[in-house]
Design a protein around this ligand. Structure first.
Ligand code: ADP
Ligand code: MG
Length: 399
């Protein structure tokens, strides 16, 4: 684990990092993101002692990095920078192998390792190893930059905006490769970027910095769902969560108080309740809110006996969702099962909400409405909470 503890940094009296603390767990890919000048590069440089801290301490596995020999420390960390940082006068092979050579690793092992690394990033060793960096495209150079940082199998790899000079397609391809590599090698990675799309795509955890402070340090899902303040919310972007629909949970958009009835309610009263609430389905629950079944308009019509009980005419519920399911799961289920209403049931089998086709549609459409600003904030504010959740086509509605 890397522990940054109460670290401050000033350059000639100018405070650029103000008492930051964070723990980075082994095997995690942590992204540090923030506007230019907020202290990202300085943070990386302090971790491998390219620049000293002014105050506070940094530990690796509980050892103060000041107590580790600088050269030893840096060999335990790969470093990838924006322009690849490859040595222009060395071939690709020499670039990759230089640290291993310095470490005196047997030649054969080194060569074997180089071929393995080239294959990891889908580059043909025979074709590229004898070329010079300028004979490679920007994307290829960055691939080499990444595998060079991994060549001597360091515990930690630091990345300082490694993909920011690349064209968007190459960049996306390299992000995919990095995620794949990370899952294969499981190294501790700290990745600096100022691109939120990139952060959300690759990060296990995201640290958002501004003016030498950490504003929020959490898993991407939490940052998207619960930004710490307006700055983070703006930085993340209002509609960002829609780019990651797997983070939108059923509990975020379900109707929270669906209309229910007990099993003994008779058909006549079921009809009255449905009429009063402008709905055509009642959810039948027991005294502990456990979901027993559903009574729909058709079942009532078929029963014809006004005194028959809800639990006699109800149908069983074959599809339910869990509050933590994602909107993606639910859409799939609705699609496959061709159901209109999906009750939401918690771990104890208690009914906690309801999804209807129309509230799904209105949830999904919010994305487009917000993006096109068709609904102004004022208009949104004027809506009552009920209006936000009930729509006329709603087959099942709430009180
Ligand atoms: N060697 C230095 N001397 C003086 N100021 C520096 C030095 N390195 C960085 N800074 C200042 O520290 C702040 C943070 O820089 P940096 O960590 O490079 O930001 P980032 O990587 O987030 O863009 C900036 O205001 C920058 O000008
Ligand atoms: Mg920087």
């Amino acid at each position: 684990m890397i522990r940054i503890q109460d670290v401050s940094k000033d350059f000639k009296g100018k405070l650029v990092l103000d008492d930051i603390s964070m723990d980075i767990r082994d095997g995690e890919l942590t992204v540090i993101i923030g506007p230019s000048g907020c202290g990202k590069t300085t943070t990386l440089k302090m971790i491998n002692r390219l620049t000293p801290v002014s105050k506070g301490k940094i530990f690796i596995d509980d050892v103060d990095i000041e107590d580790i020999d600088k050269v030893q420390l840096r060999r335990r960390m790969g470093y990838v920078i924006q322009q690849g940082g490859l040595f222009p006068h060395m071939t690709i092979r020499q670039n990759i192998e230089i640290i291993e050579e310095l470490e005196g690793k047997p030649k054969e092992e080194i060569m074997e390792n180089t071929v393995k690394l080239m294959k990891m990033v889908d580059m043909d060793p025979d074709e590229y190893l004898d070329r010079y960096p300028t004979e490679l495209s920007g994307g290829q150079q960055q691939r080499i930059g990444v595998i060079r940082a991994m060549a001597n199998d360091p515990e930690i790899i630091l990345f300082d905006e490694p993909f920011s000079a690349l064209d968007p397609l190459t960049r996306i391809a390299l992000q995919d490769e990095l995620v794949k590599l990370q899952s294969q090698v499981g190294k501790t990675m700290i990745f600096v970027t100022h691109d939120m799309d990139e952060a959300i795509k690759i990060a296990d955890k995201i640290c958002i910095m501004k003016d030498g402070h950490i504003l929020q340090y959490d898993i991407p899902e939490e940052i998207l769902r619960n930004p710490a303040d307006d700055y983070v919310a703006n930085f993340v972007g209002v509609n960002r969560i829609w780019d990651s629909p797997e983070y939108i949970k059923v509990e975020d958009f379900m109707i929270r108080s669906p209309i229910t009835c007990s099993g003994e309610l008779n058909a006549k009263r079921c009809v009255t309740r449905m009429k009063n609430h402008h709905i055509d389905t009642l959810l039948v629950t027991d005294t502990e809110d456990k979901l027993l079944g559903m009574v729909g308009r058709k079942a009532l019509f078929k029963s014809r006996n006004p005194l028959s009980r809800a639990d006699d005419i109800m149908s069983s519920v074959s599809y339910t969702a869990h509050p933590q399911d994602s909107i993606v799961d639910v859409l799939k289920m609705i699609d496959e099962a061709e159901v209109n209403n999906v009750p939401v049931v918690d771990d104890d089998g208690k009914l906690v909400g309801l999804l209807t086709n129309s509230n799904l549609v209105s949830t999904l459409s919010k994305q487009f409405l917000l993006e096109n600003q068709e609904v102004t904030e004022e208009q949104e504010d004027r809506k009552t909470p009920a209006e936000n959740e009930i729509s006329e086509e709603s087959e099942v509605s709430l009180s």
